[in-house]
Write a protein that binds this ligand. Sequence first.
Ligand code: SAM
Ligand code: GLN
Length: 293
Amino acid sequence: MHLCRVLIELQQFRKDAIQQLIPLYDQGEATAIIDILIEHFYLIKPHQLLYLHKVLSEKEVDHMQHLLSKLRDGVPLQYLLGEAHFGPYKLLVNEHVLIPRPETYELVEWIINDNLQSLPLRIIDIGTGSGCIAISLAKEHISATVSALDVSHLALDIAQQNAKRYGVSIKWLHGDFTHSTFSESLDTYDVIVSNPPYIKQSEEASIHENVVKHEPHVALFVPDEDALLFYKLIATFGLTHLHKGGSIYVEINQDLANETAAVFTEMGYENVSLRKDLNGHWRMIKANKPTAS
Ligand code: SAM
Ligand code: GLN
């Protein structure tokens, strides 16, 4: 006997799907996620659902149910869509790269606003992930030479695809920045930028489950006993790998703002400034190369 399935209107699917996500997200977030999903796959905006009465085929129902089950497992929407917004850009992402965050674009804007007059710049992005910082800077500073490094081959692969998507040329470097033989072999730069891993292992419990379960841990976590590890290495690196007048820009853990700033001041950096992000959290630091070194 041929079983005939009940056809589902997309509008009904939307209602049910939002309810199913409520345990994981609040109503507003759940609604936004489902609406983006529907718009991505059907090019239909929420208000259009009311009069379009789109009915899903069996295949479409299966596909949407599959995506919904992934969302219920906490897979971030951006991984399901395979792309994420970063400022004016839409970048490819997968589970091997951190989903670029809006506050990281604020760090990029700080650099753009500071350095517009001082072309050509030599820039390095340490821990590039999706390539979001390096690509935005290369797009903005046409005559800049941008290098980007990561310990993850799989991340570099995505970053390279993103650079191609935006037609920018970047020097890719694969290596572990915590290994001095690698970091010392690098060039000298005018700008060092980094959004390194900065979440303490003990903070894991307070981070949204979908981040912890699905984003790469190598991108996120640092040992509790050496939470500022990357900032210390970056500050040390800057002493020998920054040109005169050069600067460091880093994204930081909001709970370690003063301690992170102190890493730079103690190494002799000048004009060490802290900035908040749009959510009012201490999120970034700029430090100028010590004139004495
Ligand atoms: N720059 C991207 C962004 O802002 O979205 C990614 C930032 S993510 C917080 C940190 C990145 O540093 C990850 O891509 C990770 O693979 C890389 N990373 C972690 N440890 C590293 C190491 N020892 N050497 C080089 N890169 C490292
Ligand atoms: N801001 C990211 C988060 O909250 C963490 C990024 C990082 O560790 N550099 O998940």
